[in-house]
Design a protein around this ligand. Structure first.
Ligand code: PRP
Length: 220
């Protein structure tokens, strides 16, 4: 280890657990940022360190990633743009990572299409109440009753909790297998890199280097 790296502080990455984290690690590996410790799937460790590069990594629930980054507990985060929109934290969104592509949609049975056209008072189940509210109230000017769920949102219209849902559609197979369809598209989504606002100034050089390397690998 050279003198310079001894003085360096750790740069900390918060990665959204699951599919995005695996893809993010693959991408980081392409630019020489590796974390061997993290590959041990049986490990119960929460923080993983690359001593040579002075980097730390941790996995967190997606919606918590912007929180860690806003408060500076992580310098850099990787998370879906759905979560960024929903959490609305004070962070810099610096890069579209080009994976995790999907769409935020209003979905339901075909019969619910009419309810959307006539601006009726309907029930909307979603994990994303802020995104749903912004869409229905500010874009469509339709007053709706938003019901927050924490997963398996497609159940909403099936069991009669709601008329429609606002949810992520990737392949569309969850909808298809449950007799639902996309009724309206709200916005495209993908994985993004976010940076703490102070870190962006204090660690500008290191962070910009990482961003440049990612951009050149992926032609982002
Ligand atoms: C997400 C989303 C949909 C599904 C869409 O759920 O909420 O249910 O994936 O993917 P598809 O279009 O490829 O079928 P997730 O797997 O994150 O679980 P959850 O329902 O518990 O939120």
């Amino acid at each position: 280890m050279n003198e310079q790296s001894q003085d360096m502080r750790y740069l900390t990455f918060a990665l959204g657990k699951g599919r995005l984290a695996n893809k993010a690690l693959e991408l980081l590996e392409k630019i020489g940022i590796t974390c061997e410790e993290m590959k041990d799937k049986d490990s119960r460790k929460l923080i993983f360190v690359n001593e040579d590069l002075k980097l730390r990594f941790f996995l967190a629930k997606g919606p918590d990633v912007p929180t860690y980054v806003e408060y500076g507990a992580a310098d850099i985060g990787v998370v879906g743009s759905d979560t960024i929109l929903e959490e609305n934290r004070r962070v810099y969104e610096v890069l579209d990572l080009g994976f995790g592509k999907c769409r935020m949609c209003v979905c339901g049975p075909a019969s619910a299409k009419e309810l959307l056209q006539h601006h009726e008072m309907i029930r909307v189940a979603t994990k994303y109440p802020k995104i749903a509210k912004e869409y229905f109230y500010n874009q469509k000017h339709q007053t709706v009753d938003i019901i927050k769920l924490n997963g398996s949102v497609e159940l909403g219209p099936i069991v009669g909790l709601s008329d429609v849902i606002v949810d992520i559609v990737e392949t569309g197979s969850t909808l298809k297998e449950n007799g639902l369809e996309v009724l309206e598209e709200i916005c495209p989504l993908s994985a993004r890199m976010i940076v703490n606002q102070v870190s962006m100034k204090m660690e500008a050089e290191r962070i910009k280097k990482i961003l440049q390397a990612l951009k050149s690998t992926k032609q982002l």
